[in-house]
Ligand binder design. Structure first.
Ligand code: SF4
Length: 423
């Protein structure tokens, strides 16, 4: 979501007459679009401190803006919202190089920072984007989350779920396809929880997917991030019916394979239910790549509970896993629990899962060697398959950038496939 937030701000600032600088050191306006889902993301922003301070010392007129989840969190934690005084005091003490703090989607405030003509106030989901690529694009379809997993601050930083009208989504997809964009990602914190009206009827995500993939053209559609509770027979029917238009890939966060930890996380499904959803997906679309997100070291996670996750991952054989060490986030319900798993143990658990996952991916990718794959060429030597595996080409393929080409898989590794084209 942060990526599209940046594209939306870039669009508005360009409309207001500003041009993108080539580097931070030559910019008059620096916008730090932050994430606070993990402590590491916040640490990165604080790590920029020295570079930004240097720029401010050399050119005091440079205006530095902090926005994104971190700014939202800071605002929430400050007591005096009426005057914002506490909030600015905190920022001044921690990040004295920041001039303004803007909430997510509060883009009308960019006007003063940009010292330019007025930037119109529009609902977040209505703000257009300045696309960073002509080949692939993100299309936000919803914003916020109503699930309240105990470790997560998104429901507080992004607010309640809001869904974009289907006609607006389809119009954006039509425009992108018309401009020859080949890979479109529907985006939302819980993309599969979308609700709205499609052709005058109450509808949910499967109907939206059917409605959008009715757009003619040669393109691939994918969606991020799915919630296990939304994997229903209706969704599977649509995935089967849409055929090649929808990528054979789904990111389905499991977070833990321990029933007790899952319950403490308030994820809203049991381990058995999760496993059944993966089985349903693989039965419906046999070449479906299922990736997952895992948190290790959740408060109170015992060695046995961690082993449950590890063993389940061995059984499920995910195609990819994004593993994070638990970090307590102020405001999230789990911050009231003791962060009891030592950092060293969290790191070891993360490494064990990553090692396991690497060997699974290596094996899976090796099975593709010798087969043919359609690859969307993104650069002179790289691309992506229909099931969203990274591809490197043996030779320069500059003339095919933006096209989907048939390729022969000639090699593999844990990071992707090596391909040859023409075959
Ligand atoms: S589903 Fe849970 S983890 Fe995902 S955004 Fe919502 S609260 Fe956060």
């Amino acid at each position: 979501m942060n990526y599209t937030d940046t594209e939306k701000m870039a669009y508005l600032l360009e409309k207001a007459g500003l041009q993108q600088a080539l580097s931070m050191s030559t910019a008059d306006l620096i916008i730090l679009n932050t994430c606070s889902v993990r402590q590491r993301a916040e640490d990165k922003v604080l790590g920029l401190s020295r570079a930004v301070r240097k720029i401010k010392e050399a050119r005091p007129d440079v205006h530095v803006v902090l926005t994104g989840c971190m700014s939202q969190r800071i605002r929430r934690e400050c007591n005096d919202f009426a005057t914002d005084q506490n909030h600015y005091r905190w920022v001044q003490e921690t990040m004295p190089w920041v001039d303004s703090v803007i909430g997510i989607g509060d883009y009308s405030q960019l006007t003063t920072c940009a010292s330019s003509e007025k930037i119109p106030t529009q609902a977040y989901l209505d703000v257009p984007q300045k696309y960073s690529s002509r080949i692939s694009a993100y299309v936000p379809i919803s914003q916020g989350c109503d699930n309240f997993c105990t470790y997560c601050v998104v429901p507080f930083s992004r607010g309640k779920e809001v869904h974009r009208p289907a006609v607006d989504i389809r119009r954006q997809v039509e425009t992108l396809v018309g401009a020859d964009c080949k890979l479109i990602t529907l985006l939302g914190q819980n993309v599969t929880s979308w609700k709205g009206r499609v052709e005058n009827r109450e509808a949910s995500f499967p109907a939206l997917l059917r409605y959008i993939t009715a757009v003619n053209g040669k393109y691939w559609l994918t969606y991020l991030t799915a919630h296990p509770k939304d994997v229903t027979m209706k969704l599977l029917d649509v995935l089967v019916d849409c055929g090649d238009k929808v990528c054979s890939y789904i990111n389905l966060p499991m977070q833990s394979g321990s029933p007790a930890v899952l319950a403490r996380m308030n994820r809203g499904y049991t381990v058995d239910e999760y496993v059944r959803k993966v089985e349903m997906l693989r039965a419906a679309v046999p070449d479906m790549r299922v990736s997952t997100d895992i948190i290790v070291g959740f408060p109170g996670e015992t060695e046995e509970e961690f082993e449950e996750t590890y063993n389940l991952m061995q059984d499920i054989q995910f195609s990819m896993a994004y593993v994070a060490e638990y970090s307590s986030r102020k405001g999230a319900a789990s911050s009231l629990l003791e962060d009891s798993v030592p950092v060293k143990v969290k790191k070891e658990r993360k490494m064990r899962i990553e090692n396991l996952q690497r060997s699974i991916i290596e094996k899976k990718n090796a099975q593709s060697v010798g087969s043919h794959a359609d690859v969307l060429v993104k650069t002179s030597n790289s691309g992506v398959t229909h099931d969203l595996r990274e591809v490197r080409f043996e030779k320069d393929v500059s003339e095919s950038i933006g096209n989907i080409v048939q390729s022969l898989v000639v090699g593999s590794s844990a990071s992707g496939l090596l391909c040859r084209t023409p075959v």
